[in-house]
Ligand binder design. Structure first.
Ligand SMILES: [Zn+2]
Length: 446
């Protein structure tokens, strides 16, 4: 960077964790942003550049924003509605009926705003959503200033925003076409599962995704009962079933992948299927522990997701990282499994790769989009620092995130949200809570 260069944002007095390899930690440095990109960073004091906005990063550490590779954003409005139930009961007796009754455009809009407010506060800068009325999710996301892959959902049954799969396909086409030129949003589609989507519907989803050049999202091999149900229906396990239908022929984002055989893992690696690990959701619904170390060792691209808020019950990826690093260790009785650096990589560049956005986001590097978060390290649980990556995975929480920049725009400063009316969103969330709780609460929780 030359002395006469100008920047739009200059962050000084900040420590930096450049990535993707996290091997370099700059204890005292600076970072310059111009338009939407990181244009320079370094140690010590910055060169005398003119800058429209100066930020004092004292006590803070800048790193790449986190990528939440699988959520159902509006389900924040169902948080805590039904807990401690098996997935099938939870879904069929509580979530499905509640969605049928309550999910409409307004629900999706306010639920997504609530999710964005929570994610920004926790240092997430990009997310991948799969739900219904995604046009409303897009409206809320653009308002928040977040980056997202938004996927309109489809299954064999009537959905909250359509009376038939035919209508869903029309909605998907409209949604993708309307949002294909957005800078922050990438529109796509989300086929629910191999047991709620017929083979013909899945094939048509693949064709539509290919026609628009977008990745297809699906829940895959999440529970043992899914494996049994698909086997009973089609005489194949879900992975073979999807392979047989040609779903792995182009980019597929497979969420969960808990129950996989060795051969299935080899196949996913060969077919370059991208996997999203949603550990907390899998723990809460007692679905199982996905064989992530085995997938990583085969070179499968893996990102982290929180899944929807009704099965987690928060969108804090820092908390998710802590679980991922620890649960895999105890699961194998081996503390060397899933080291902190591998987990942090999955939460940043891994997620970006899953979403097909790795050239633009996922690491703190000159030339990449300025999706940057600054954590406040001046806290009892974050000092002293021997290994910053260890602190990020094992000690930090989303509440330690102080400032958030997305696409070169300051979205949160000193924990104040600058793009969203947080009070108004919380008021609306409470209104929705009152409405939903009077009708849809499970009998055992009344
Ligand atoms: Zn999900």
């Amino acid at each position: 960077m030359n002395d006469n260069d100008s920047a739009d944002i200059l962050v000084r007095n900040v420590s930096l964790l450049p990535s993707p390899d996290f091997s370099r930690f700059i204890p005292h440095g600076w970072l310059a942003v111009k338009s939407t990109r990181i244009i320079a960073l370094g140690s010590g004091a910055p060169p005398p550049v003119s800058s429209a906005r100066q930020m004092d990063g004292s006590g803070g550490m800048a790193m790449a924003g986190l990528v939440n590779a699988h959520i159902h954003a509006p389900m924040t409005l169902f948080r805590g509605l039904a807990d401690d139930l098996p997935l099938k009961t939870w879904f069929e007796e509580f979530i499905f009926p509640a969605e049928k009754k309550w999910v409409n455009k307004e629900f999706v809009y306010w639920g997504t705003l609530l999710a964005c407010a929570e994610m920004i506060r926790c240092g997430t800068t990009t997310f991948a959503d799969g739900y219904f009325f995604e046009g409303e999710a897009a409206r809320a996301t653009v308002q928040s200033g977040m980056r997202a892959l938004l996927a309109e959902g489809i299954l064999d049954f009537p959905a909250p925003d359509s009376s038939s799969p035919e209508e869903s396909f029309a909605n998907i086409e409209r949604f993708i076409e309307r949002n294909s030129h957005s800078t922050l949003i990438r529109p796509t589609l989300f086929a629910h599962t191999a047991y709620t989507c017929s083979p013909a519907l899945l094939k048509r989803c693949r064709q539509m995704a290919d026609r628009y050049g977008v990745p297809l999202i699906i829940h895959l091999s999440e529970t043992q009962s899914e494996i049994e149900e698909v086997y009973k229906k089609y005489g194949k396990r879900p992975v073979d079933h999807l392979e047989n239908l040609g779903l792995f022929s182009s980019p597929l984002i497979a969420c969960h992948c808990v129950w996989l055989t060795e051969e299935e893992m080899d196949l996913l690696a060969r077919r370059k299927v991208r996997v999203v690990h949603n550990l907390e959701s899998n723990l809460k619904l007692a679905s199982g522990v996905a064989p992530v170390p085995e997938l990583l060792s085969r070179g499968v691209v893996v990102g982290l997701g929180t899944d929807g808020c009704a099965s987690n019950n928060n969108l804090d990826l820092f908390q998710e990282m802590d679980f991922v690093a620890k649960v895999h260790k105890v699961h194998r009785l081996d503390p060397t499994v899933m080291p902190a650096q591998a987990v942090l990589e999955m939460a940043t560049l891994g997620g970006a790769r899953v979403l097909g956005m790795e050239k633009e986001i996922g690491s703190l590097e000159v030339g990449k989009k300025a999706d940057v978060i600054i954590l406040d390290l001046n806290k009892p649980h974050l000092q002293p620092v021997y290994n910053i990556v260890s602190h990020l995975v094992y000690s930090a929480t989303g509440a330690d995130v102080r400032d958030v920049i997305i696409d070169g725009k300051v979205i949160m400063e000193n924990r104040k949200l600058l793009t969203l009316d947080e009070e108004g969103i919380l008021r609306k969330a409470m209104e929705w809570g009152k409405k939903v709780s009077t009708k849809a609460q499970p009998p055992n929780l009344k």
